[in-house]
Design a protein around this ligand. Structure first.
Ligand SMILES: [Zn+2]
Length: 125
């Protein structure tokens, strides 16, 4: 319930920024940030990291209120933060594909065994 409230208020702030920032909106990847906001709020129940990311996102959105008075340093920092959010969300995604990754590893091991077996039959030492 609390997270839903956080999401809707963050969403509101981001859309206000969209109206204000025009082309800079995509420069700051706010569409992406909005999607990340949604994802973080749905994951924060079972993940401490995502709960921390909620605070990060709130701070990021607040920092954009100063736009266009944003220094290069701040802009660089902002993008670094976006990267760290992306990295964490990617971890959630990769655990979702755990089964597929497992199958690929099994396939590689089987192919390696076959190659070694064929190699040893062709060139017995
Ligand atoms: Zn998480």
């Amino acid at each position: 319930m609390e997270d839903y409230k956080w999401f809707t208020s963050t969403e509101k702030e981001i859309s206000t920024l969209k109206l204000k920032m025009g082309e800079d909106y995509s420069e700051y990847k706010l569409d992406w940030l909005l999607r990340a906001t949604k994802r973080v709020s749905s994951l924060s129940d079972g993940c401490n990291n995502c709960t921390e990311l909620q605070l990060e996102i709130t701070k990021l959105v607040e920092s954009l209120v100063a736009w266009p008075d944003i220094s290069d340093e701040q802009r660089k920092n902002y993008k670094l933060k976006l990267n760290s959010i992306e990295n964490h969300l990617r971890k959630h995604r990769s655990t979702g594909f755990g089964f597929g990754t497992g199958l690929i590893i099994v396939a590689i091991v089987i192919i390696a065994i076959i190659i070694i077996a064929v190699w040893q039959t062709c060139f017995p030492s």
